[in-house]
Structure formats: structure tokens, C-alpha cells
Design a protein around this ligand. Sequence first.
Ligand SMILES: [Zn+2]
Length: 101
Amino acid sequence: MKSSLYPAQELRRRTQAWALKLKVNPRVVRVQVMRRKWGSCSSAGTVTLATDLLDLDPRFQDYVIVHELLHLRLPTHGRVFKALMSAHIPDWRVMEDRGYR
Ligand SMILES: [Zn+2]
């Protein structure tokens, strides 16, 4: 049976599954209209994902989800951040070329 969840709920569920795997604990996961970005992460622990992601490849969704969740641990895109991206999303650089906005 196909998932009965609404797409935004499905994206949040996917984010929570990644949070468990990455051992991070977002306080809130929101899906809302974002014009310039695919996602954001606040210092208070709120992860926001763009509704535009709902129409895109789940692998691209995972790339954005992991990127934002890693910001709960690492504020900048330094060496450790990139190493963790590579560990969880091996082709993240390809995704980035596809247009992380
Ligand atoms: Zn970032």
C-alpha cells in the first residue's frame, strides 16, 4: 500500500529518520515556502525545509535534509562537515552542482 501520509508529513518523517541516524535532535521540523533556499537550520534547533523539495528526487531531499541536520552539530561547512556529508551522502557534490541554493 502506498504511504497515506501527506507529502510534507512524509518529508518530516524522512527528516526524523535521518536525525536518528545522525544522532541529532531537531526541536522542530517545518516544511514551508522558501524562495531562496532549500532549507535552513536555526541555532535554536528548528530545521526548515522548502516545499519545493516535495516535487524533487528523494535523493536530493536527503542531501538537503542531511546538510541542514548536520548544522545542528556544525555551524560551518568545514572539513568535518564535508567528511560527514561524504559519509552519508556519497554523491553530495553532484547534488551541490545541481543547485544548492
Ligand atoms: Zn549549510
